[in-house]
Design a protein around this ligand. Structure first.
Ligand code: ADP
Ligand code: ADP
Ligand code: ZN
Length: 209
C-alpha cells in the first residue's frame, strides 16, 4: 500500500484512532500535524511558542507554521502515508498539491453531539499519542497507556468551550475540502458512527475498494 491518503472529518470523528490502526496493519506512515504541533509546544520550540495561542483558542495555526512541517516529513517517507489533520483549509490543500500527489481523501462523518461527547472524555498518551476514551475505549489500567505504559492526559483544548470553537472552525474552513476532493474524483465518505472496529472496516473498504 503506497498511497497518500488524507483523512478529513471533524475533530473527534476518529481520525487519530483509525490512523493508528491503519498504520499498524497496512504499514503506512502517519503524519499528524496536531501531534507534531503539540510536541513543539511541549518542547517550547520557537514554532511551539508561536502555535500555542492558536491551539488553546481552537483556531488554526497559520500556514507558515504548519506547511513546512508536513513538507519536511513527507519527503523522508517511502511508501504510503496517512495525513491526519492536514490539510485543513483550501489554501493548505492547494499548497499540498504542489509538493505531493494525494491519491485519496477519506471523510469520516459523525454527528455533532457525538463529537462533543467523544472529545470531552478523550484521553491522550503523553509518550506515544495513542488516544483513549473514558467510556468508549478505556485503557486497561486507569491513566496508563496500554501500548507503551505512558501517562494519559486530557488535552487542554478538549474542553466543551474550545471544542465548540473547533467545530465552528471545522465547518468554516475544513468542510469545503470535501468539495475540493470530490471534484478531483478522489473523495470517499465513511459513516463514522458505531464502534471503533466497525468504523475501521468501513475505512478499510474505502481505502481498498
Ligand atoms: P480525531 O483525531 O478525529 O480528533 P480521535 O481518534 O482522537 O479523533 O477520537 C476522538 C475520541 O473519540 C477519542 O476519545 C476516541 O477514543 C473516541 N473514538 C474514536 N472513534 C470512536 C468510535 N467509533 N466510537 C466511539 N468513540 C470513538
Ligand atoms: P482534532 O483532530 O482533535 O481537532 P488535532 O490534534 O488535529 O485535533 O489539532 C489540534 C489543533 O492543532 C487544532 O485545533 C489547530 O489549532 C492545530 N492544527 C492541527 N493541524 C493543523 C493544520 N493543518 N493547520 C492549522 N492548525 C492545525
Ligand atoms: Zn502510549
Amino acid at each position: 500500500m503506497d498511497k497518500k491518503i488524507v483523512l478529513l472529518g471533524p475533530p473527534g470523528s476518529g481520525k487519530g484512532t483509525q490512523t493508528e490502526r491503519l498504520c499498524a496493519e497496512l504499514k503506512l506512515t502517519k503524519i499528524s500535524t496536531g501531534d507534531l504541533l503539540r510536541e513543539a509546544v511541549r518542547n517550547n520550540t520557537p514554532l511551539g511558542v508561536k502555535a500555542k495561542g492558536y491551539m488553546d483558542a481552537g483556531r488554526l495555526v497559520p500556514n507558515e507554521l504548519v506547511v513546512d512541517l508536513v513538507k519536511e516529513k513527507i519527503k523522508c517517507v517511502e511508501g504510503g502515508v496517512i495525513l491526519d489533520g492536514f490539510p485543513r483549509s483550501l489554501e493548505q490543500a492547494e499548497l499540498l498539491d504542489r509538493f505531493a500527489k494525494v491519491d485519496l481523501a477519506v471523510d469520516i462523518e459523525v454527528n455533532e453531539d457525538n463529537l462533543v461527547r467523544r472529545l470531552t472524555l478523550r484521553r491522550t498518551c503523553r509518550s506515544c499519542n495513542a488516544v483513549y476514551h473514558l467510556e468508549f475505549n478505556p485503557p486497561k489500567v486507569e491513566s496508563i497507556c496500554d501500548k507503551c505504559g505512558g501517562e494519559l492526559f486530557q488535552r487542554s483544548d478538549d474542553t466543551e468551550r474550545t471544542v465548540r470553537e473547533r467545530l465552528k472552525v471545522y465547518k468554516e474552513q475544513t468542510l469545503p475540502l470535501t468539495k475540493y476532493y470530490s471534484k478531483k474524483g478522489i473523495l470517499r465518505k465513511v459513516d463514522g458512527e458505531g464502534d471503533i472496529g466497525t468504523v475501521y472496516q468501513r475505512v478499510l473498504k474505502a481505502i481498498k475498494g
